[in-house]
Design a protein. Structure first.
Length: 352
């Protein structure tokens, strides 16, 4: 009898111990966040970061958010020095500087490198993607993998994918379909957009977006095409009466991500590279979409307050532009760029 009572008591104690231990076991089973390192991880490195925009621009903030996270996670062993507003290199010179190791990291409109690598024009092609979510999905699709492969072949690693949206605005009339630009004196952003809009009947004048305000004010231009960020930062709502807002659909998307030269990447220890890549994934997944979408919200706010007539493109309207783009800019790209048709086919597949 005493033996049975002893066994019962032992069983009760064991059960109690199991119940007490369960929460701790469950906690141990959950992946814990990476602890802050006790000290610096790997060799001491300072990376130079360059871009063309003013401090506080969304692209500048992306670079700094990433850099701050890497510095924290490496215990300060990797530091970053930032050179905004073309302080270190002119925009289009950054590509070569990065490849030879004179520059470590850049934020760059990737089409700027298409003079050296024509295939990269795929990242500023009319109607190549309809909205921001679709654009960001390239990272995990064959088209994005192909772009990354082309970059690596040229000594450049893609760190973070980021796209800027944009659309047309005008002093003359709302630009909804290709025929609406017929007879316009127009600025287009990107060679393939210039080709397409010229085919639609516009007279194209090339200039940087920083010159749009004066050109619209003096009648040099009737209309223009640029990013949502530029429409706001240059106060172009003061010079136009109509804008097609890149909210639900847009014909203009430009990849303007963060890149590191392979020479600079190889300076890091394997452990530092692992942290660097993990920080890039975190910024990609949590920071890019909400922050870059703020540009559209700003267009709606500033242009609305200025009394500019706003149009929001529909899916049917976007498809009209897509078919026109295929016959003009896309055909030119396929005919004149090695591997161009393959890239276009991958981009089309990414729309599904």
């Amino acid at each position: 009898m005493k033996g049975k009572r002893l066994l019962t008591l032992i069983g009760s104690v064991c059960l109690l111990l199991v119940l007490v231990a369960l929460p701790f076991m469950a906690a141990c089973a959950k992946p814990a966040p990476a602890p802050a390192p006790a000290g610096p991880v790997g060799p001491s490195i300072t990376f130079k970061v360059s871009h063309q925009w003013a401090e506080g621009d969304v692209r500048d903030r992306m670079a700094r958010a990433f850099g701050d996270l890497v510095t924290e996670r490496t215990g300060g062993s990797i530091q970053f020095t930032y050179y905004p507003a073309k302080a270190l290199f002119p925009p289009k010179e950054q590509w070569d500087a990065l490849r030879i190791g004179a520059l470590d990291i850049m934020v760059l409109p990737l089409d700027y490198a298409s003079g050296k690598v024509p295939q990269l024009s795929i990242t500023l092609m009319p109607c190549i993607t309809p909205n921001m979510e679709s654009a960001l999905s390239w990272k995990d699709k064959p088209i994005g993998k192909k772009v990354d492969e082309i970059l690596l072949e040229n000594g450049v690693r893609h760190v973070i994918w980021a796209w800027c949206d944009g659309g047309p605005a005008s002093k003359r009339n709302q630009i909804i379909l290709p025929e609406d630009v017929d007879g316009h004196k127009m600025r287009a952003a990107g060679k393939k957009f210039e080709f397409m809009l010229r085919e639609a009947g516009a007279a194209i004048t090339s200039m940087p977006s920083s010159e749009l305000y004066h050109a619209l004010a003096t009648g040099v231009l009737d209309s223009g095409l640029t990013s949502s960020a530029s429409w706001c930062s240059y106060k172009l709502y003061e010079q136009v009466d109509y804008i097609n807002v890149a909210r639900d659909y847009a014909i203009w998307y430009m990849e303007e991500g963060l890149y590191i030269g392979t020479k600079s990447y190889d300076k890091m220890s394997p452990e530092q590279q692992e942290i660097f890549d993990a920080c890039a994934a975190e910024i990609q997944d949590t920071w890019v979409l909400p922050n870059f979408m703020e540009d559209v919200e700003n267009v709606t706010k500033f242009f609305g307050e200025a009394g500019v007539e706003m149009h929001y493109m529909t899916g049917d309207e976007w498809n009209v532009w897509l078919e026109f783009a295929k016959k003009t800019a896309w055909k030119d790209f396929a005919d004149n760029v090695e591997g161009g048709q393959e890239l276009l086919d991958m981009a089309l597949a990414a729309l599904d």
